[in-house]
Design a protein around this ligand. Structure first.
Ligand SMILES: Nc1ncnc2c1ncn2[C@@H]1O[C@H](COP(=O)(O)OP(=O)(O)OP(=O)(O)O)[C@@H](O)[C@H]1O
Ligand SMILES: [Mg+2]
Length: 373
């Protein structure tokens, strides 16, 4: 018989916090996930108390492993810095606390605006768009960071050719990587490639909190977040927990992708995050030899849909070999071919996003982006 959540919680009654309170009563536990004999949960404590809690984490893991029906147990200890608390943290002996829902939705100090790049389904070019949009924002004069929060397939290390790991600063803070003028962090650095998919959803909030709070982002005008594709629980929780100023939805022109894009839009609307606009990716095909354009997917669907839904249309990016090759080689077009037609498209999209952020735009569809081949 596989172990149940209640059995795990009962076992944790025998594990005490540094203050002597049974673990389930400390308010530090995340949801406990117990599935097929695998158990995962996290303990969230104040950053200043992490050391005292490490033995508790260990004991909790051992207690769960000792249960019949448990094949493996993973307990993560995550640190939360109190909003406004100095480096010293709370006074000694203060009770451990959990962040109430929504606390982590406060802004990140020094970061002016956080925007999500999202898609209702995978493989539509969300990461490619996120990277080139970030570079486009940087090219028009903003200070930009990019956070790869795609728990299911972190891809910034590849798209930006990052091979090194971030360094730690003074124990718990992480120093982000700098690439092409962008400040970069990837959830791929925190979640092991071996971590099974079903555990990634529950891990996302603690990993995300760490990425937002424990990384030295410095001063940024915009942080672009590459979200996991889809509109499931993990995505919804993220949309709630990250203090987003807005979301950019990426869609291909096909009908099916647009149904997904619509879902994405309604997810953000549900959590009161403004949709800054839609980008139509792989919009049309531009023949590399003759420059002729063909609308292989029946292009224009996203623009039409944007108008119908009253969401700004930010632009069309063609399906082009250069975009793919450059992306996959870690040489994004906006940075490496700044004078080319694709870079211009992304910079124009970036300008549209900036205008939306400023509130300068009127909500009308952005002007059609025509590219000269
Ligand atoms: N406009 C484009 N022209 C040509 N190839 C593209 C374009 N946009 C994306 N691609 C390619 O399509 C593939 C998928 O793109 P990408 O990884 O950005 O999508 P994604 O939506 O982030 O996918 P996932 O859901 O797996 O995270 C990549 O190989 C990328 O290089
Ligand atoms: Mg991706």
């Amino acid at each position: 018989m596989a172990v149940t959540r209640d059995q795990v919680l009962a076992a944790l009654e025998g594990v005490a916090s540094p203050q002597g309170t049974p673990l389930p009563k400390t308010g530090t536990l995340s949801d406990v996930v117990a599935s097929d004999g695998k158990v995962f949960f996290s303990i969230t404590v104040d950053a200043a108390e992490v050391k005292a809690w490490e033995p508790v984490r260990k004991r909790a893991e051992e207690a769960v492993r000792a249960l019949a029906g448990v094949q493996s147990a993973l307990v993560a200890l995550t640190a939360e810095r109190k909003a406004g608390a100095g480096a010293a943290g709370p006074p000694q002996g203060a009770p451990a606390r959990t962040a109430p829902r929504g606390e982590s939705a406060q802004g990140v100090p020094g970061v002016e605006a956080i925007i999500a790049v999202a898609s209702g389904k995978g493989g539509v070019g969300k990461s490619t768009t996120a990277v080139n949009l970030a570079l486009g924002l940087s090219a028009i004069g903003l200070k930009v960071g990019i956070l790869d929060a795609d728990i299911y397939g972190p891809s910034l290390p590849k798209l930006l050719a990052i091979r090194e790991r971030p360094q730690t600063l003074g124990g718990t803070r992480l120093k982000p990587i700098t690439r092409y003028g962008l400040t970069v962090m990837s959830i791929g650095f925190l979640i092991d490639e071996e971590t099974p998919m079903i555990w990634r959803g529950p891990m996302v909030i603690s990993a995300l909190t760490q990425m937002l709070r424990e990384v030295e982002w410095g001063t940024l005008d915009v942080m672009v977040v590459d979200m996991p594709p889809g509109t499931g629980d993990a995505q919804l929780t993220m949309a709630q927990q990250v203090p987003l100023r807005g979301a950019v939805i990426v869609s291909t022109p096909q009908d099916l992708a647009l149904i997904d894009a619509r879902r994405g839009i309604s997810m953000f609307r549900r959590v009161n995050v403004p949709v800054l606009g839609i980008v139509e990716n792989m919009s049309y095909f531009l023949c590399p030899e003759c420059g002729a354009r063909s609308d292989i997917f029946g292009h224009g669907g996203a623009r039409h849909e944007a108008e119908r839904l009253g969401v700004p249309f930010l632009g069309e990016v063609p399906l082009h070999m250069t975009i793919r090759e450059k992306s996959d080689a870690g040489l994004p077009v906006v940075a490496t071919e700044p004078d080319g037609p694709h870079a211009k498209i992304y910079r124009d999209i970036a300008a549209g996003v900036r205008d939306q952020l400023k509130g300068a735009a009127t909500g009308r569809a952005a002007p059609k982006i025509v590219i000269e081949a």
